[in-house]
Design a protein around this ligand. Structure first.
Ligand SMILES: Cc1cc2nc3c(=O)[nH]c(=O)nc-3n(C[C@H](O)[C@H](O)[C@H](O)COP(=O)(O)OP(=O)(O)OC[C@H]3O[C@@H](n4cnc5c(N)ncnc54)[C@H](O)[C@@H]3O)c2cc1C
Length: 435
């Protein structure tokens, strides 16, 4: 780091961190430098993870490398492990070993983690959907199950192998249930020993309607749309235990299923506990302008922050839309603080929310207007295509989406077996001839 320059460090390269870095690059005062530290070299475009599960897009197209997004800021791939807010320095683990970085302002933008400890057995047996690796893993698991059913002669086992349970009827649960239903129905034609009724999806949601953030009618419409695709939508159904072969519900019933996908539960990033900052439901409490009252020079935004929204007085929801809006506001406030001018309270009115319920179907509330079916689905695609960073990525995704209208979903079970692992990985036990 250039010792003559004063430094703003952003910890976390997700929606919030990268948007903030790009906004700050344009208005950084002379004498200041910007450093972005993130544990991965890319930003994950979470809203499209369900498309990866359903083989609608390639995994590498829902992640965007951070370096090409930045013009002047320095990017360091590393995991922030400790922050010393008194000495104003942070320690991070990098490929080249530990690195200490001094800062004048530090912005915490490291999101939240999935919480797999909210239901017994979840951590051991359920598949979370938070990272691109999770999405690829779920997709491979679906293909493994289809291959396994083909080889099984036991009807009970075949039924449980073909039963995919999704826990959580929020945006990601609804989207992944629709994507799985479409994918397994489309893929089934290549598994000729599997009958139509042998694969099915159940969506469990613990309140009386899906998508509680949207108006009741849209939640009901999402449930109808999923049911038309064959998804068994169970409302007021709460999982109490998840096992390798079954999910138990609070009403005592059991669903025989070998695959459970979990889209609920978040926990704070382990760094938050180490920092000893005030939290609200695991998120760092900030002032209205994004600063942290107890520590001068410390700021937070995005999913890891509980930032009040002046537009409605509520805490900002953990969504990409709010993370991006906060980033623009925080860029202004950081520069204002440096220049000694007043900062502004964060204020944002949601432009709307939307979810797909499978191919060519969705629900949306855009600028107060409710939409369902194909128009909602087209709006979803147009919006997220626009949000995708870089023209190259937009074109690739558009081509993939167009391709999937005419051709069946790709059923390649992509494994990362290396040459030296090939015999071990085959799972075959070779018996040496006795002489
Ligand atoms: C499956 C799914 C679907 C979603 N769908 C939608 C949707 O349709 N619409 C919507 O608005 N929102 C959606 N969201 C929510 C949205 O993705 C988040 O609100 C958004 O990503 C928050 O941005 P963020 O930058 O705060 O956190 P993140 O995007 O999680 O980024 C945090 C970054 O910090 C990095 N990091 C973490 N710890 C460290 C560390 N110690 N050191 C260095 N770097 C670190 C991580 O690698 C990551 O890059 C979805 C989320 C999921 C999981």
């Amino acid at each position: 780091m250039d010792g003559h320059l004063r430094t703003i460090v952003i910890a976390g390269g997700g929606f919030a961190g990268t948007t903030l870095a790009r906004a700050l690059e344009r208005r950084l005062p002379p004498g200041w430098q910007l450093v972005l530290v993130s544990e991965e070299s890319y930003t994950t475009f979470h809203p499209m993870l369900a498309e990866v599960v359903g083989a609608g897009v390639f995994p590498e197209h829902v992640i965007a490398p951070i370096r090409p997004m930045l013009r002047s800021a320095r990017f360091i791939m590393g995991r922030v492990q400790q922050v010393d807010a008194v000495r104003r320095s942070l320690e991070c683990a990098t490929l080249a070993g530990g690195l200490e970085i001094g800062y004048d302002h530090l912005v915490l933008a490291f999101g939240q983690r999935a919480n797999l400890n909210i239901i017994s057995g979840l951590a051991d047996h359920a598949l979370p959907l938070k990272l691109v690796g999770d999405a690829m893993h779920i997709r491979n698991r679906l293909l493994q199950r289809l291959a396994h059913i083909e080889l099984s002669h036991d009807d009970q086992e075949r039924a449980a192998l073909g039963h995919f349970v999704v826990i959580g009827g929020g945006f990601s649960g609804v989207e992944v249930a629709g994507a799985i239903a479409d994918f397994i129905q489309g893929a089934r034609r290549f598994y000729r020993r599997i009958q139509p009724g042998e694969v099915r999806v159940t969506l469990l949601h613990d309140t009386d309607r899906l998508l509680p953030e949207l108006p009741t009618k849209l939640g009901e419409s999402a449930a109808r749309s999923l049911r038309r695709r064959g998804v068994d939508v169970r409302l007021n159904a709460r999982a109490v235990r998840v096992g390798a072969r079954a999910v138990e519900l609070t009403d005592g019933s059991t669903l025989a299923a070998h695959t459970t996908v979990c889209t609920i539960g978040t926990r704070s990033n382990p760094l938050v506990e180490g920092l000893g900052l005030a939290t609200h439901r695991g998120r760092i409490v900030t002032e209205a302008d994004g600063s942290i009252a107890s520590h001068d020079g410390l700021w937070a935004l995005g999913d890891c922050a509980a930032t009040p929204n002046a537009a409605d007085g509520a805490i900002s929801p953990p969504t990409a839309q709010f993370a991006i809006a906060q980033a623009s506001q925080l860029a202004h406030n950081l520069v204002a603080r440096i220049e000694g001018t007043p900062t502004r309270a964060f204020s944002h009115r949601s432009r709307g929310m939307m979810a797909t319920t499978g191919h060519q179907k969705g629900v949306a509330q855009a600028f107060g207007v409710p939409l369902t079916g194909l128009p909602a689905w087209l709006l979803w695609r147009a919006y997220y295509l626009m949000q995708m960073p870089t023209l190259g990525r937009k074109v690739r995704i558009w081509v993939e989406w167009t391709w999937s209208v005419f051709f069946p979903a790709d059923i390649t079970h992509l494994r990362f077996t290396r040459t030296e692992e090939v015999d071990m990985d085959s799972g075959l036990v070779l018996t040496a001839p006795k002489n």
